[in-house]
Design a protein around this ligand. Structure first.
Ligand SMILES: [Zn+2]
Length: 150
């Protein structure tokens, strides 16, 4: 899926769960960052463009490999928990898993249990007709959750 669709889904999820947060704005931003994090291995992605030399090097290890896996986010969560940021690690993981979930609907799929080969695939290619519907649905759902939480 495209970066904006990942952001919209993460926006919806973070607005739905906004009652959990101690710092709502910062928490939503961390969830949004987490939703972009897996595509750090693609230098053409939103986050990949921001960290260009790094993303280009990471792509050499393959797109949708280690950086699209539960292993990566588990290691990152452990690292953040070790330094006392487990809550932000959990928010980052929420956005990250939302990314994997949506990428699982594409024919290219994802391997959430990397390095094992089991793959989750779906029928909707990145940029297909379904993405604008998902995008607007998630944005409207997120706004509705925000309004209802006020
Ligand atoms: Zn991705």
């Amino acid at each position: 899926m495209k970066g904006r669709t990942h952001l919209a889904f993460a926006f919806f999820l973070s607005m739905y769960l906004t009652w959990l947060y101690e710092w709502p704005l910062l928490s939503v931003l961390v969830v949004l960052l987490g939703s972009l994090l897996p595509d750090i291995d693609d230098h053409r992605s939103i986050l990949g463009k921001k960290v260009f030399p790094l993303s280009f090097v990471l792509k050499l290890f393959g797109h949708r490999g280690f950086f699209h896996s539960l292993l990566f986010i588990a290691l990152l969560w452990l690292g953040l928990a070790y330094v006392g940021y487990e809550f932000f690690g959990t928010l980052l993981a929420l956005g990250y898993v939302s990314h994997l979930l949506l990428d699982g609907f594409t024919p290219m799929g994802v391997r959430p249990f990397f390095p094992f080969d089991w793959k989750v695939r779906g029928p909707f290619p990145t940029g297909s007709w379904v993405e604008p519907f998902l995008f607007f649905g998630f944005v409207l759902g997120g706004l509705l959750c925000f309004i209802l939480a006020l």
